[in-house]
Ligand binder design. Structure first.
Ligand SMILES: Cc1cc2nc3c(=O)[nH]c(=O)nc-3n(C[C@H](O)[C@H](O)[C@H](O)COP(=O)(O)O)c2cc1C
Length: 205
């Protein structure tokens, strides 16, 4: 396989052990998030937020509500990947740069707003599904961006969502979907885990 993207997908693994002496500066963290936001979202809603927990105090605070996972204090940064409940009223703002760039004709905006309203209005479970979907697309993209920079990453769902929301002041309409630690892996990490055979997971129709 000589395509770097395919190789990255083929070789990715979760980092469990991070070098605690390795730090990332704010510019590197910003670049990771900039790349993460290139992930697709429904209607280009971009209904996400990334909280980069990188100070020793805030890392300790997060670790205390995340099953005491050592990765949170050993890694350079742990992102709280926040999904925002889908809301068609945010669309005009999100689509404005597209209209300004001459890519999207202005009259189209109302059509997209109407479609988004019909999907999400008064449908809290769909609003929430979209928050989770968007956050996971963003997190996944961040994982591969980190890998391309020679960094390891660890997705985590082992945390108390109410406590994370409280400690990091999430809005009522925001969900802490995933924690994602990023940093330099140590040499003792497990090799990649085997996957189920394709015959069990692929159906042709
Ligand atoms: C949604 C999600 C939640 C996870 N939560 C945790 C976690 O809280 N703690 C942990 O050590 N690993 C966690 N993992 C890592 C998985 O155990 C790991 O991805 C899986 O064993 C496959 O290994 P691989 O990523 O190296 O291929 C999580 C992974 C995902 C995708």
């Amino acid at each position: 396989m000589n395509n770097p993207i395919l190789t990255a997908i083929d070789e990715r693994r979760t980092t469990n052990l991070f070098d605690p002496s390795y730090a990332l500066d704010d510019a590197q963290i910003s670049e990771l998030v900039r790349l993460a936001t290139k992930a697709p979202t429904s209607f280009n809603l971009q209904n996400w937020r990334f909280i980069a927990v990188r100070s020793p105090e805030r890392k300790a605070e997060l670790r205390a509500v995340a099953w005491d996972q050592v990765k949170i204090t050993d890694s350079a940064v742990t992102f709280i990947v926040v999904g925002q409940m889908a809301d068609h009223r945010t669309l005009a703002d999100r689509l404005a740069p597209l209209v300004a760039a001459g890519i999207m004709p202005a009259p189209m905006v109302g059509g997209w707003e109407g479609a988004a309203a019909s999907l999400y209005d008064d449908q809290p479970w769909r609003q929430r599904d979209e928050a989770v979907r968007s956050a996971i697309f963003g997190a996944t993209t961040l994982i591969y961006a980190a890998q391309a920079m020679g960094l390891g990453s660890a997705p985590m769902i082992g945390f108390d969502p109410e406590a994370v929301a409280r400690h990091f002041e999430l809005a009522e309409t925001e969900i802490p979907v995933l924690l994602l630690s990023v940093g330099r892996p140590t040499s003792e990490n497990w090799p990649q885990k085997p996957r189920r055979p394709l015959v069990q997971v692929l159906d042709f129709a």
